[in-house]
Design a protein around this ligand. Structure first.
Ligand code: KIV
Length: 292
């Protein structure tokens, strides 16, 4: 095995909690968050020093190949949450509640949120929606489970919103989003994701609420940033939202590596002697003698 080019940024650090989130907002320190759905990605993110890992229901699109996040189930989320929890030591771990796991009844929402902590190894949950979710959020928080809200472009409502499009672009829509943010804070959310909203609105909302806001496609004025890791790594082939900065081109790099492997096998370049086991000569001779 070759030595990693970049040493882990953080050897051992304290566990990030919802309190750390709040302290970072108060100190004006940007909060970093990315998604993960498996053990190796969680390990790499945690060792790089990320503040929070979201096991997002984006899982459905970037890992499971669905067209939207709607088909993702609780069982799929928990399966991936457990893998992430095995890889991360310090980051705050947030499980994304999938479609229909919190909309049917408050009791079902509390039960499913609890499963993320009890069975999935998560520290908190995230759910989408504004004022219509306030009662549910209050009940989950009362059960002792920290909740992150999610406003703006809420992908589980894609059919109502008419597609993956920016939100809050008119004065009434901006006003409603601000009201929702204040209501979610009042309901007990420890933090809020603001997705695909105008930068000046996101900054304004971030100043109005006392809880940290985490932006995705919401400009630089939020208290933290989140991206879907597969977008950041260039690992998702179908499309890249314009608010994403790509730090690698993994899909192309994987294709190159796979093509090289196929060519090596076809031309018998692989495996070479260095990739091959041998046995002592006398054992081989004994084998041949016994077999002859
Ligand atoms: O599912 C997800 O990855 C998300 C982020 C885009 C915030 O909700």
């Amino acid at each position: 095995m070759s030595t990693p080019a970049i040493a882990p940024a953080v050897a051992a650090r304290k566990k990030v909690t919802t309190l750390t989130f709040q302290q970072k907002k108060e100190r004006g320190e940007p909060i970093t968050m990315l998604t993960a759905y498996d053990y190796p990605t969680a390990l790499a993110l945690d060792q790089a020093g990320i503040d929070a890992i979201l096991v997002g229901d984006s899982l459905g699109m970037v890992v499971l190949g669905y067209e939207t996040t709607l088909p993702v189930t609780m069982e799929e989320m928990l399966h991936h949450a457990r893998a992430v929890a095995r890889g991360a030591r310090s980051a705050l771990l947030i499980g994304d509640m999938p479609f229909l796991s919190y909309q049917v009844s408050v009791a079902e929402a509390v039960r499913n949120a609890g499963r993320f902590l009890q069975e999935g190894g998560m520290d908190a949950v995230k759910l989408e929606g504004g004022r219509e979710r306030a009662e549910t959020i209050r009940a989950i928080v009362e059960a002792g489970i920290p909740v992150m809200g999610h406003l703006g472009l809420t992908p589980q409502a894609i059919h109502r919103l008419g597609g993956f499009r920016a939100q809050g672009k008119t004065a009434p829509a901006a006003r409603r989003l601000l009201e929702d943010a204040l209501l979610l804070e009042e309901a007990g959310c420890f933090s809020l994701v603001l997705e695909a909203v105008p930068a000046r609105l996101a900054e304004f909302v971030s100043r109005q609420v006392s809880i940290p806001t985490i932006g995705i496609g919401a400009g630089a004025g939020t208290d933290g940033q989140v991206l879907v890791t597969h977008d950041l790594l260039g690992w998702f082939d179908r499309f890249t939202p314009r608010f994403v900065k790509q730090y690698a081109h993994l899909h192309a790099e994987m294709q190159r590596a796979f093509q090289e492997y196929i060519a090596d096998v076809q031309t018998r370049q692989f495996p070479a002697v260095t990739h091959t086991f041998d046995m002592p000569e006398d054992e081989w001779q004994a084998f041949l003698d016994e077999t002859a």
